[in-house]
Design a protein around this ligand. Sequence first.
Ligand code: SF4
Length: 372
Amino acid sequence: MPSPFWTGMRGISAVPSYVIMQPTTLCNLDCRYCYLPLRASDRRMPVPVAEAVAASVNPWAAATERFSVVWHGGEPTSAGRADLAALMAPFEGVEHHVQTNATLIDDAWCEFLAGHGVKVGLSVDGPAELTAQRVGRGGRPAYDQIMRGVAALRRHGIPFAALCVVSDPRPGLAARLYDYFLELGCYALGINVEEREGVNVRDTCFPGEAVQAFWAELTGAWRADPRIELREVEWALRYAGATLAGTEDSLLPRQLDPIPAVGHDGGVVLLSPELAGFSDPRYGDFASGNVLERPLHEILSEVAGRPTGWIGEYLTGVEACRAACPYFGFCGGAHAANRYFEHGRFDGTETDHCRNSKIRLLEGVLDYARTH
Ligand code: SF4
């Protein structure tokens, strides 16, 4: 039943909790579900872009306990260590992260990552047959290369989180996946049910019962051995606990995190990095500005103070969710990119993404809780 008292998550904050940086558009892999339009071309971020971002980020980082700069691509290691070091140099007091496919990680990269205190997140979808969609340009599976990268991280004692794309969510798969990641040795795991976005136009309308049973089974596997931080399930359990305590309205942040993603050329796309590199006759290129022309903090202040264009339309969609969806307090309105790539606009509500990764997730976790 819709909860009329939900007050959380109104408007956009002018200060982010992290920024995403694209050191290069290039990725050395060509995964079948990838959404990135420019992954075959090597467009590099020049250092003045990083300097411009750091001029806004460093004061934010100084004012908070933890501020993250996430190097995302393309494949960020494709930029090479020298370029990445030059791009990181202007930042002060931040925590650097890379989200990597791990295929280029070797001893030299491990020394670099350890030396710069970089937190590592790697992308792998489970055992070889489940990672089969992660392939190189010639279509060859990348699994062995990924495992060589994992072996290097382990040799150097570098902790890593893992991100797993699930293209066929169903019961029977979740427990196997969880066991795999326990064995792999990651300290945290994020599960992304495949999304139809960007240049990935595959059908993601998975059977609801199967998706729900997948999440329920994953919850059971985690409860049996909760050594890994399991992002989605732990969040759902926290929400369920808050609902029982009557405090669920206080869980969502008060305002949306703007999540600025800074492209190789300095263009800033807010809320959904997946929109970068696309354009639409109605919305333009989705960028809210360019850090080579205006400071990042000014770009964010203007959008937060007066959200227009597609961002204004998205906020209308969030309000439609608040008014109509019983899952709003858990979800907060899901991602802008999913709405755009599924509906062609931003003010709709339900998407495949929110059914697979919000509604069925919460229901699956509750199914597990009801039967145990
Ligand atoms: S995005 Fe989907 S699950 Fe989230 S609040 Fe809107 S309709 Fe509900």
